[in-house]
Design a protein around this ligand. Sequence first.
Ligand code: NCD
Length: 303
Amino acid sequence: MRHLMNPLDFTTEELEQLFDLADDIQAHPDKYAHKCEGKKLATCFYEPSTRTRLSFESAMLNLGGHVIGFSDANSSSAAKGESVSDTIRMISCYADICAMRHPKEGAPMVAATKSSIPVINAGDGGHQHPTQTLTDLLTIRSLKGRLNNFTVGLCGDLKFGRTAHSLVNALVRYDNISFIFISPEELKIPSYLRDKLKELNIPFKEVIRLEDSLPELDLLYMTRVQRERFFNEEDYVRLKDFYILNKEKMKLAPEDMLVLHPLPRVNEISVEVDEDPRAVYFKQVQYGVYVRMALILTLLELA
Ligand code: NCD
């Protein structure tokens, strides 16, 4: 039995298979409409979510399965002090697969060690968000036709943004990738990622100004400043509007650059950019359903 905690839990070959399956699901949805009949997905969300939870639920329903779960820790026994280890033992009796989001780094991993059903990390604190990364990679592969040879700019809260951490982790396995990390001093990428890039000899720069980097980028990954992970509101207010991508700045970017964002967006991308054909963040949402369908089938060994 396999779990998904980190995008690196799948080899690049396995990821290719998963993305091929997602492509086939997109092309022939009817073929997959009954694959999960009689199966249940539990969504255990101890932290707020719109896209991740609903895309998992939509994915399972598209496969003909059922969904149970909770979307607020206060409405579960966690409010009474139950540990994730105990909760997952119980969920294992109710469902066939579980997607778990938790504010504590490593909580889904702890759950996986006690689980008799596959557990998917749907975001653990400021650590990882592997299914968003699968979504990002499928979007890039579908729209660019490849996952190598890119200069990738990641912009915003690179300290707390788990989607950025997971994406960097996953992209280092492809050829000829270089990174430009665009963040204020206080929100730089964690040192463990910087060390990993150095160890692997992957070129990267850390800069503050977005405008200077835009002309060099093939992909721009914008992120929200993660208010809930700040220790004080004052720092958040000071940093929240540090970057605002607008039409004017988009003029500096190459014609074929893609703008991705895991969403939710706050102010970091002005709504006027939504009409730009390079803005693909709403397309990402749709790819997120196909890739989660492919993931559920793969983990349930129904692919
Ligand atoms: C992200 C998350 O939860 O980390 N959202 C998502 O799942 N698409 C990004 C964010 O909250 O900023």
